[in-house]
Design a protein. Structure first.
Length: 283
């Protein structure tokens, strides 16, 4: 699921990070794509793909594993049998709990990804003299400058994004599946309803928490140039100096990516899960 998400959405994610961190450099999505292609070439859209793959595979593996555990916890809290189907609201709560665990594996890999994606802009703006162009060089730079805890810059922002965001993510996904199932079992849904449901869930997540993600990207990228203020400090500075709309820089590529990538994520997840369950049942 994580692999499918990155394969379909990486160019839009790269544009999102660039526009969030350096909103004055780009007039919009098309301008960002054109300038990136002219300056760095096609490979510029896939900067940070390796850590993005690691991030998404690690995050979604932990997320969906913990989602199952958290569903059982919710069943215990509401006092129902372990095989009882949960409501869409209860599934949303389980997804929100699960995201807190996924954040711990996501934050370090996302920090490396964001820095690689915005490295060119950091050099252009003069914030750094020489950039790191490989995953290993970024990792080594973080360890040398800040130590292992440096990978957790932006952790509070990531938690603030993930916990409420995944409530809307799983809530939107399950609500959409309920709509398409219309009385039937959700497990009988075909690929198109699953794609649309995943896309709807992803869109709900990003609409709800986009300003938080913008602050997180700034903290993780700009901390390369020196000490960066925390979440509230960065948030207040952006609003005062650039206005509220700066918190929504890069929203267009994010919404395109959210629908396409999360549709692919849930489609791959549901079908791979069914395939694995068949293998388990055959034994």
């Amino acid at each position: 699921g994580g692999t499918a998400c990155v394969a379909t959405g990486q160019p839009f994610d790269t544009a999102k990070v660039k526009m969030q961190t350096f909103p004055n450099m780009y007039k919009g999505l098309v301008d960002c794509f054109v300038k990136t292609y002219k300056q760095v070439g096609f490979r510029g859209f896939y900067k940070g793909t390796t850590p993005a793959l690691v991030a998404n595979i690690a995050e979604n593996s932990v997320l969906f594993m913990c989602y199952g555990f958290c569903q059982q916890i919710v069943r215990r809290i509401v006092g129902v049998d372990r095989k009882t189907k949960l409501s869409d609201l209860q599934n949303a709560a389980a997804g929100s709990f699960a995201s807190a665990f996924a954040t711990l594996v996501l934050c370090p890999t996302e920090l490396v990804k964001c820095r690689l994606q915005a490295m060119h802009e950091m050099q252009l703006s003069g914030k750094i003299i020489q950039g790191h162009n490989t995953v290993w060089s970024v990792v080594k730079g973080v360890i040398q400058k800040d130590g292992p805890l440096g990978f957790y810059r932006g952790l509070s922002s990531t938690l603030l994004r993930e916990v409420p965001g995944y409530f809307f993510f799983f809530g939107g996904y399950e609500l959409s599946r309920t709509f398409f199932a219309s009385g039937r079992s959700k497990d009988e849904l075909g690929p198109i309803p699953l794609l649309l449901s995943g896309g709807f869930g992803g869109s709900c997540l990003w609409i709800a928490v986009y300003p938080v993600d913008c602050v997180k990207s700034r903290i993780q990228v700009l901390s390369m140039a020196g000490k960066q203020a925390g979440f509230m400090g960065t948030f207040v500075t952006v609003v005062r100096t650039e206005g509220v709309l700066a918190l929504y820089s890069g929203l267009t590529p994010t919404m395109i990516r959210a629908f396409v990538a999360n549709g692919a994520l849930f489609l791959a997840y549901e079908y791979s899960r069914k395939l694995m369950m068949k293998q388990v049942d055959s034994y």
